[in-house]
Design a protein around this ligand. Structure first.
Ligand code: ATP
Ligand code: MG
Length: 253
């Protein structure tokens, strides 16, 4: 079982959205996913209460640090292939995540200097967790809420700031998509949203698939594939989004 935790001392960085997109993407690959909702606001518990929660995704609430052991036990009883931990955007929660002993921590951030500074703080928390667990916890930043029209200069600055701090960046960025917000209003996954007639689902799905593949590659220690068209944060690699999803098998050997 792989355990991935979403951690950032900054509120509203995109943790819950990217945690759910990872869970949905792994589910679409036929995997069982248990999610720990370690945010007292319980956004994932709310999502799970909406219609169309996929059967192989379960959500377990841990509103306080003291609830984490019980939630872990409950989650493990579902025999998941992956466990995904969503935390509250605060320094306190950023320390509590170590109790879940993750293989990898992902810190989402938008392309701004303030958020990059917070991501570097998250890297310090991950280092502290590695010392506590006496093993290396992988850590990568995920650029998210990237506007379709990228501002190369601010992106370059943020990337330089993260690299200077020695923090890895996932090759795929999550684009700013209304569809990703709608998941929390309608429940279910992207396919369910497509059936409601929501626009932009195909491009959103392609973006989410490339992101999920990048996480799997990193957790499993494989070199990353180049990002799918239109999903890279690197202006040099960005090409227009394609209309149709491309065949992609992140489970290749
Ligand atoms: N890629 C995206 N496209 C569009 N909207 C997004 C994207 N990522 C996040 N959002 C929106 O940004 C807001 C904050 O995102 P989210 O709730 O995922 O952040 P968070 O880090 O979990 O916040 P908190 O610290 O409060 O738990 C939400 O309104 C969410 O819908
Ligand atoms: Mg959240």
């Amino acid at each position: 079982m792989k355990i991935v935790a979403f951690v950032s001392p900054k509120g509203g960085a995109g943790k819950t959205t990217s945690a759910l997109l990872l869970a949905l993407g792994l589910h679409d690959l036929g995997l069982r996913v248990a999610m720990i909702d370690a945010d007292p606001n319980k956004p994932l518990v709310h999502w799970a209460s909406l219609p169309k929660r996929p059967e192989r995704i379960t959500v377990h609430a841990a509103p306080t640090e003291a609830d984490i052991p019980d939630a872990l036990r409950e989650a493990k009883a579902k025999s998941p292939d992956w466990m995904i931990v969503d935390t509250e955007g605060s320094l306190r929660a950023g320390i509590a995540f170590a109790a879940t002993a993750p293989d990898m921590v992902i810190t989402p951030l938008a392309a701004s200097a303030i958020e990059a500074h917070q991501a570097l703080k998250a890297a310090e928390l991950v280092d502290a967790a590695s010392r506590r667990l006496r093993r290396k916890v992988l850590h990568a930043c995920l650029l998210t809420r990237l506007p379709a029209a990228v501002r190369p200069r601010s992106l370059r600055q943020v990337v330089a700031q993260l690299r200077e701090g020695g923090v890895a960046i996932l090759p795929t960025a999550l684009i700013e998509k209304e569809v990703f917000r709608l998941l929390f209003a309608y429940g279910g996954g992207l396919t369910d949203l497509e059936q409601t007639g929501a626009p932009g689902v195909t491009a959103a799905r392609l973006n989410a698939q490339a992101y999920v593949a990048a996480v799997i590659d990193m957790v499993e220690g494989r070199p990353a594939d180049p990002p799918a068209p239109g999903t890279s944060w690197n202006p040099a690699e960005r090409r227009p989004e394609v209309a149709a999803p491309q065949p992609h098998s992140p489970l290749r050997s």
